[in-house]
Write a protein that binds this ligand. Structure first.
Ligand code: BG6
Length: 497
């Protein structure tokens, strides 16, 4: 491949993300021959580890790589592990940058890296700026000799104000074109496929507007609870954890206008315009009527008792943090005026599923109205995960006398393709950053436009007496009240029922 030789420097390398996502993604890139000829990973964190201890931790003790040793042989995994190095950085991430810089320079010379570096910040956002400043002090942002890129993980801010502060803080030291804000949903094959479905077929795009679409529904359900992340989650909640970033990214791709080409800036220009058209909900009545928050309660599922959210470690006993959020909203532009969007996300649902449902309007003159149970709605269901694919529901004649109509499905599953192997989101996104392609990374203005919409909801939920946290038993589709959001049209589509 034609990738520049480069070094990936991971801050927060002893954390969970490195073992669970980054190292497996890098290993798969390695075995797929996607990595540049000379490539080095330098893990950085506060823990005091040798290179060998780091390799032991992220490679040899990782369940993922243990499996790969079985499959690919020890030698292959070992040659991958030999690309990994480690440097500790003291307690506060603001000392020892000279030492770090020297280490980078040493590895650079040894492996002929040509000063092309990606810094991956998998650390709390509160220290992004200090790390960026220290890198700049060591001239590690300087592109006069080799390129420099900065990948930042979520959460990108806690509110509009903090997101803006983060943007300003990072942009003091790195140019916007050097900053890659990761949102792993953009790395999902099926999310990218929404663009292709819309803009490479003449059968969908002409209908993709208020004239033919009645409403749009997006569900993101997880069966797991907060999985030991109670401390983080209780300060965050579903709206910050999933909705502001991942789901708003999906909304922007569903709603955007056709870009003039597929360049990162053109695609992101259109996405940001869609987000800037979101109708901001400011008054209490609108917020009360269009937002529902819920929290899971303990339940017995399959004979096992599942803890309620408030019993989870790290969660306050009187927490009102939402583990379920359902929002109805509108996008005020020519294409979407008055088309409701219903979006929900939650933990401890009956199953793990993410899908977008485009509900088309009924034909404006119905001649078969009386005859049959078919609901006259065409639906396009974009299954983001699992069973990645697309399903189209339409009416066909029931064989026999009369004109009875029933619903038929036309479907496509990625698994049916010969080369249907789906690249993991992190693998795709890391590869894009290595190539300098920011299309699937969030730009500063996108992040801010999304926060601008989410902020009033968060404030309302945090301060108003009318913002009730509804309980729902673990393992059901959220609080009953969420059904009232979908007023009179239809219920939510609950995919496993
Ligand atoms: C993360 C959230 O960003 O996305 C988690 O912090 C959530 O709470 C996860 O579980 C879901 O990702 P995926 O790819 O499993 O849908």
């Amino acid at each position: 491949n034609n990738l520049d030789n480069q070094m990936l420097i991971i801050f927060g390398a002893s954390g969970d993300l490195t073992v669970r996502k980054l190292i497996p993604a890098l290993y798969d890139l390695y075995t797929g021959n996607f990595l540049p000829e000379n490539f080095v990973v330098l893990g950085v964190s506060r823990s005091n580890l040798s290179d060998e201890a780091f390799r032991e931790k992220v490679v040899y003790s990782s369940d993922f790589l243990k499996e790969r040793i079985e499959k690919d042989g020890k030698e292959k995994v070992e040659s991958f592990a030999n690309m990994l190095f480690y440097e500790d950085l003291g307690d506060s991430y603001d000392t020892d940058f000279e030492k770090l810089s020297n280490r980078i320079a040493g590895l650079d010379t040894k492996f002929k890296i040509n000063r092309n570096y990606i810094f991956y910040l998998s650390i709390p956002p509160s220290i992004y700026e200090v790390v960026a400043k220290n890198l700049a002090d060591q001239k590690l942002n300087d592109e006069s000799n080799g390129w420099k890129r900065l990948i930042v993980e979520k959460p990108f801010g806690y509110s509009l104000e903090t997101a803006k502060e983060l943007n300003v803080g990072l942009q003091k030291y790195f140019k916007e074109t050097q900053i890659f804000r990761i949102d792993h949903y953009l790395g999902k094959e099926t999310v990218q496929n929404i663009l292709v479905t819309r803009f490479s077929n003449s059968i969908f795009e002409p209908l993709w507007n208020r004239n033919y679409i009645r409403h749009i529904e997006i569900t993101n359900a997880e069966s797991v609870g907060v999985e030991g992340r109670g401390g983080y989650y209780d300060k965050s909640g579903a709206l910050r954890d999933m909705f502001q970033n991942h789901l708003m990214q999906i909304v922007s791709i569903i709603a955007m206008e056709p870009p003039i080409n597929d360049s990162p800036e053109e695609i992101r220009n259109e996405k940001v315009k869609a987000l800037q058209s979101l109708r901001i909900m400011n008054d209490e009545k609108t917020l009360f009527e269009n937002t529902i928050k819920g929290q899971y309660l303990s339940a017995v599922i399959g004979g096992n008792k599942v803890k309620g959210y408030r019993e989870e470690e790290g969660v306050a006993a009187d927490s009102t943090t939402e583990t379920f959020a359902a929002i109805k909203f509108f996008i005020d532009n020519w294409r979407w005026k008055d088309v409701p969007f219903y979006v929900r996300t939650a933990k401890r649902m009956p199953t793990k599923v993410t899908e977008v449902v485009i509900h088309f309007k009924s034909p404006h003159h119905q001649i078969f109205n009386e005859q049959g149970v078919y609901d006259n709605d065409n639906k396009l269901i974009i299954r983001i995960q699992p069973d990645e694919g697309i399903l189209m529901k339409f009416g066909v004649k029931v064989p026999g006398q009369g004109f009875n109509v029933e619903s038929a499905n036309m479907d496509f599953y990625y698994s049916s393709l010969d080369d249907g192997d789906i690249m993991d989101a992190y693998e795709r996104l890391l590869l894009d950053a290595m190539q300098g392609d920011a299309t699937l990374y969030a730009r500063a203005d996108e992040v801010e436009a999304s926060w601008k919409f989410v902020d009033p909801i968060l404030n309302y939920w945090a301060t108003s007496k009318t913002a009730i946290t509804h309980g729902y038993s673990a393992g059901v589709w959220g609080p009953k009240n969420a059904d009232d959001l979908i007023d009179g049209i239809e219920m939510w589509r609950n995919p496993c029922e």
